[in-house]
Design a protein around this ligand. Structure first.
Ligand code: FES
Length: 82
């Protein structure tokens, strides 16, 4: 079990640590505004904000995202973040 701060809320994520953040957001948390493009870090379709900096969520795994205790903001949370 991992815990993430997503769009200002702390959420529990029952998934394996190696799962890409992209799939955590879309398939577990239902935040489908984050899109899959190339899946390999080249296009930026999966970009989210991690502690205020853009990060490609296809290249960041759940373990790393939870371990750094970052504040993650998706497109769904942008209105609330501003
Ligand atoms: S899906 Fe293209 S950079 Fe992540």
């Amino acid at each position: 079990m991992y815990f993430l701060d997503v769009n200002g809320s702390s959420v529990e994520v029952p998934a394996a640590g190696q799962m890409p953040l992209l799939w955590v957001l879309r398939d577990i948390l239902g935040l489908t505004g984050t899109k899959r493009g190339c899946g390999s870090g080249g296009c930026g379709a999966c970009t989210v904000w991690v502690d205020g900096k853009p990060q490609k969520s296809c290249g960041l795994d759940l373990h790393a995202a939870a371990g750094c205790r970052a504040r993650i903001v998706t497109i769904e949370g942008l209105g609330a973040a501003n």
